[in-house]
Design a protein around this ligand. Structure first.
Ligand SMILES: Nc1ncnc2c1ncn2[C@@H]1O[C@H](COP(=O)(O)OP(=O)(O)OP(=O)(O)O)[C@@H](O)[C@H]1O
Length: 479
């Protein structure tokens, strides 16, 4: 019987075989579908810890039922402190720092302790092993002993020999070979990112200032943070949320084809905390702060050179932006007047920095030549600003820093005396509703004594004085 006729008139046994085959295919398809479905559901519905437990249980069952030869292959990765070219291996120090956070001082008999300034760090003793679990997979780490060696190359335990030197240490990472992709594509980047974030959190921010066309930096720990900043709580919340959104939006900015930058205009009377807010932003984001003094900049081209020399993950701040260009405008006017009478002298030696030059450059080349850039302008007089700066879309967020309200006062009292309540608080609250005083002026009174009662009494008297004064005079003196 040829194939076509067999198909046209199948024999009974052939029909059974086809039926059995169909059933098997249906069952296999269903099983595969359920497996995929179950995996997807597990991914979406089960909390991480439950998923990890299920994964561990599954691998325990597999270990139990699979023949020994089919059981797990162990992948081993060696991480040397110094690589073959003699260059320190960055991942070695990242992994050491990361493992330090995984050492449980209660679970091990021996561990290392290092103190740097006010910080202390634990780490594994050489030769020790710890197991870390990432996405439910076990990663076993072992540190190798770094021994002292004599100049001749023999191992030595002597600590007191000038000729001896340390043999670089190394780490050994072992895991089930089937998780190699997870290890290299997720676990290693996770360690690097975790340690990077921690380092950023701990290091002081760098403030960079300009002299002429050069930046020079100082490393400075400015104490201002969002916790210590006395400002309207709602405004603080939305500003922090805005910064968080900005940080995580690389793909978003790429997708909409815009530069990854954000602009903030901080305005309000002197002494209300605009400079402190800039420092708090830098501390929060761990960004480098570039404090640009425009009076030092002689021309748009110098300005461009300075701006192009900035790093990514930075904040450019120009304080009192209203003054910068008012002064320049009058200079420009006098240059213009001078050039009328002296036209044969050619262009002036310095062409001067203009607001339009600054804005055009910031919107153009500066934005597209870097990533994660923030620009902040501050002013005491928003009403004096050039409308070009206030145009919608120019500065993404306008933040008003106002006089000291009740919430702001409570933040200051907590900063200085760690208190949330005091018998003088109701009187202070009532007075603050009547007078306009700056947080700087209140801070100054709070600093006058270490005794909360005495300092708060100073504040009450100061507020009462301001309350007696005519309105305009009071807010002037309240600064
Ligand atoms: N909102 C605030 N929260 C906490 N401290 C503040 C605040 N405002 C002012 N201070 C205190 O007053 C000092 C001066 O404030 P800051 O320089 O930040 O004000 P500013 O608005 O930038 O003033 P200016 O406009 O004169 O530059 C700060 O170092 C800080 O001690």
């Amino acid at each position: 019987m040829d194939l076509s006729s067999a198909l046209a008139s199948p024999s009974p046994s052939y029909g059974k075989a086809v039926e059995a085959y169909k059933k098997a295919v249906t069952l296999a398809t269903a099983a595969a579908t359920y497996t995929v479905l179950a995996r997807t559901m597990a991914r979406e519905l089960l909390p991480d810890e439950v998923r990890d437990t299920v994964r561990r249980a599954a691998s325990a069952v597999r270990d139990h039922i699979l023949p020994r030869r089919m059981q797990r292959r162990v992948k081993t990765i060696h991480i040397a402190q110094i690589d073959d070219d003699g260059i320190p291996n960055r991942f070695y120090s990242d992994a050491r720092a990361y493992l330090g956070t995984r050492v449980d001082p209660h679970a091990v008999d021996e561990l290392c302790l290092a103190v740097h300034g006010a910080r202390w760090r634990l780490s594994m003793v050489p030769g020790d092993t710890i197991t870390d679990v990432f996405e439910g997979v076990e990663f076993k780490w072992t540190t190798t002993r770094s021994r002292r060696r004599r100049g001749g190359g023999d191992d030595s335990d002597s600590d007191s020999d000038d000729e001896s030197h340390h043999e670089p240490g190394s780490l050994v990472l072992c895991f089930d070979a089937e998780h190699t992709d997870l290890a290299l594509e997720k676990y290693v980047p996770f360690i690097t990112a975790t340690v990077g974030e921690e380092r950023l959190r701990q290091c002081a921010i760098q403030i960079v200032m300009n002299t002429g066309s050069f930046w020079h930096g100082i490393t400075h720990h400015h104490p201002a943070t969002f916790d210590t900043l006395a400002m309207d709580p709602e405004m603080k919340r939305s500003l922090v949320a805005d910064l968080d959104r900005f940080l995580g939006r690389r793909d978003y900015y790429r997708r909409i084809g815009k530069a990854w930058k954000r602009g903030y205009l901080l305005y309000g009377p002197p002494g209300t905390g605009k400079s402190s807010l800039v420092a708090a932003m830098a501390n929060y984001l761990r960004f480098k702060l570039y404090d640009l003094d425009l009076s030092e900049v002689q021309s748009n081209s110098t300005l461009q050179r300075l701006l192009l020399g900035m790093d990514n993950r930075s904040i450019l701040v120009i304080e009192d932006i209203d003054c910068c260009f008012t002064a320049k405008s009058s200079k420009e006017k006098s240059d213009d007047a001078g050039s009328d009478s002296d036209s044969d002298k050619g262009p002036p030696a310095t062409e001067g920095v203009t607001l339009s030059g600054l804005l055009n450059f910031i919107d153009g080349l500066w934005s597209t030549s870097g990533e994660q850039r923030i620009i902040v302008f501050t002013t005491n007089y928003k009403e004096r600003l050039d409308p070009a700066l206030l145009r919608p879309g120019r500065m993404d967020m306008h933040v008003y820093m106002g006089y000291c309200g009740w919430d702001a006062f409570k933040t200051l009292a907590r900063n200085y005396f760690l208190i949330d309540d005091h018998p003088l608080f109701p009187e202070i609250q009532a007075l603050l509703a009547e007078v306009e005083v700056t947080p700087a002026a209140v801070s100054e009174r709070l600093l006058r004594s270490d005794d909360a009662g005495v300092a708060l009494q100073e504040v009450v008297e100061f507020l009462q004085e301001q309350d007696k004064k005519p309105q305009g005079e009071a807010s002037r003196d309240g600064k």
